[in-house]
Design a protein around this ligand. Structure first.
Ligand SMILES: [Zn+2]
Length: 155
């Protein structure tokens, strides 16, 4: 399972809705199976309407921050502007079986998958149930919100 707050899910969905012609993408930062932050990244793919490629500079910066004690990069998300919220065969071909989380967002909603060897979908992805992490205990840091939203870069 993957814990992610409704607020963060809404941020991902809003960023996808604001980009009907190009796939949006970003990183999922967190610990274990809990997403603590999402960071929208530039899609640097040559054909962003059909593919995504996370800006390598953003990826390097996130890994560097993680080594410095920040949240780990546990996966990423991308949108399917004209498709469904499930990984495409092309996604499967591009995904190393490294156990990372893939969130796919489309008009129909949002779903999470883990890239594994011999996955149930396209031989690469196993579905991961989403659990609402929004019911944080009192005093716990709120999830999501405007500090992350302001980092969206819409190409
Ligand atoms: Zn895709």
């Amino acid at each position: 399972m993957l814990e992610i707050s409704i607020g963060l899910r809404n941020e991902i969905a809003a960023s996808a809705a604001a980009s009907p012609d190009a796939e949006v993408c970003g990183l999922l930062l967190g610990r274990g199976s809990r997403v603590e932050r999402v960071v929208a990244c530039r899609n640097v793919a040559a054909t962003p309407a059909r593919r995504f490629e996370i800006d390598p500079a953003a990826l390097i910066a996130a890994h560097r921050a993680a080594r410095g004690g920040g949240a780990a990069v546990i996966g990423h998300y991308h949108s399917h502007p004209t498709g469904t919220a499930t990984p495409s065969p092309r996604d499967a071909a591009d995904a190393p079986p490294d156990g990372s989380i893939w969130i796919i967002v489309a008009a129909g909603g949002l779903s999470a998958w883990r890239a594994v060897r011999d996955g149930a979908l396209h031989g690469r992805f196993d579905p991961v149930p989403l659990v609402d992490a929004g019911c944080a205990a009192p005093g716990e840091r709120p999830q999501g919100g405007s500090p992350v939203s302001s980092r969206y870069i819409i190409p």
